[in-house]
Ligand binder design. Structure first.
Ligand code: HEM
Length: 414
């Protein structure tokens, strides 16, 4: 018997860099497994996949986040000691703060702000010979995100700040100089936000109740204390940074409207279809590859013995393409969401499980608002041609993106 299934021999850290989004899938799905052992970063790591694997990953009796995320990611992408690394009651208290920002009014406002910025940006693009959509989205969403969060951003600051955000979002996994740049970008961004948090607390900067900047500045922990200003800055970045990262899904969605005939017309024509399309973009295209946790205790599961403190990775991309979960997973088919039952462990591009008890992304609703506003605008109001370019993306390169960033020419508003 090949249970428990595992890689024998050397550490596979280089393998995961080489195989990217396919690393876990290759091991799990080929044998229809939910757990597979490998060696990563010098540790025995358990790869989890399938709906059952995801359910185990989000079982708080068995898994924790403390000590799971590698330092090189915390020092670039996420920030140290932020919500991603918390467990138990302090986690649930902090999580309610994030979820409280996602009211229907706040989400409507986000949709409106996004449309306004598309209007303005496309006027500028009309005057240019060509534009790179991904780059344009980074600055557009930087403006959207700051406006929504209550963060003041001067026009002449946008480029510099957006460049730092791009470094955090795209540079975290790189090696050498780019990794160091990514760390510096995080330090600069944290400092920027820390000063703003202090300004709000001292009444030097006006902030509206319900905005992220206000709520982060005024939040009290379980001991009734304000967050340390740097911590509040890190959590404010945890709102503004991923909102900018929605740029990737927009770029992939633009690609889908190009790659798959008829999609653009259907997106333009129906609000229901618009939503299915946004969901399918989140399922189909590669973004987050894996998420880490650690076991709280020793236990056996599906014939595999987990040890205490063991590193565990859930195969995020793999689940979104698992043939046991999705019919013809490699076909781009928004219609599959017409009758989707909203399972907690099937569509997991932004994590799974419960919003309040688990680390599932509190930004799923805001992501969908931005995507709907953007795809609708593109499909209904934007005409453009595509010059010769490389639209391909590789599953071997994390994070993934169409090679040339989706170049558009002869842009016209209609
Ligand atoms: C958590 C993905 C957009 C805020 C997460 C997680 C993933 C994710 C995979 C971790 C889930 C887990 O650990 O179990 C994404 C992707 C996005 C996106 C692919 C698209 C760009 C957003 C947006 C926001 C946001 C727009 C804010 C408005 C957060 C926060 C967490 C989180 C604060 C930590 C939650 C926690 O630890 O409980 N996201 N997200 N994300 N996301 Fe997102």
């Amino acid at each position: 018997s090949y249970f428990p299934a595992k890689d024998k021999g050397p550490d596979r850290s280089l393998g995961i860099l080489k195989d990217g989004y396919n690393f876990a899938r290759k091991r799990l799905q080929k044998q229809h497994l939910d757990v597979y052992e490998t060696k990563l970063l010098g540790e025995r790591a358990a790869l989890l996949g399938g709906e059952k694997g995801a359910e185990l990953f989000y079982d708080n009796d068995k898994m924790k986040r403390g000590g799971a995320m590698p330092a090189f990611i915390l020092k670039t992408l996420f920030g140290e000691n932020g919500i991603q690394t918390m467990d138990g009651n302090p986690f649930e208290h902090r999580k309610r703060l994030f979820l409280s920002l996602m009211t229907p009014e706040a989400l409507d406002r986000l949709f409106q702000i996004t449309v306004e910025h598309w209007e303005r940006a496309s006027e500028v693009w009309e005057k240019k010979r060509k534009v790179v959509l991904y780059n344009e989205m980074l600055t557009l969403l930087m403006k959207v995100s700051c406006e929504w969060a209550g963060v003041p951003l001067k026009d002449k600051e946008v480029k510099k700040r957006a460049d730092d955000f791009a470094l955090m979002i795209d540079g975290f996994g790189s090696i050498g100089p780019k990794h160091l740049q990514s760390r510096k970008a995080r330090q600069r961004s944290e400092q920027w936000f820390e000063n703003l948090i202090l300004d709000v607390r001292e009444g030097k900067l006006e902030a509206q109740e319900g905005t992220a900047i206000f709520e982060m500045a005024m939040h009290r922990d379980l001991n009734g204390k304000h967050l340390d200003a740097r911590m509040a800055a890190i959590e404010l970045l945890n709102i503004v940074r991923p909102t900018v990262a929605v740029s990737k899904f927009i770029t992939f969605g633009a690609l889908a409207m190009e790659e798959f005939p008829g999609e653009k017309e259907k997106v333009a024509g129906s609000e229901d279809y618009l939503y299915y399309f946004a969901q399918e973009v989140r399922r189909f295209y590669p973004f987050v590859p894996y998420l880490p946790a650690r076991t709280k205790k020793e236990f056996a599961w599906q014939g595999y013995n987990f040890s205490e403190g063991q590193l565990v990775l859930i195969d995020v991309y793999g689940n979104n393409h698992d043939p046991r979960i999705w019919e013809e997973p490699e076909t781009f088919n928004p219609e599959r969401f017409r009758n989707w039952n909203g399972g907690l462990f099937d569509l997991i591009p932004q994590g799974g499980g419960d919003y309040e008890k688990n680390h599932r992304c509190p930004g799923e609703w805001s992501t969908l608002e931005i995507l709907k506003a953007s795809f609708q605008y593109m499909a209904q109001h934007l005409e453009y041609k595509l010059p010769k370019q490389d639209l391909s993306y590789s599953l071997n390169k994390m994070p993934a993106l169409p090679k040339d960033g989706f170049i558009m020419k002869s842009v016209k508003k209609k």
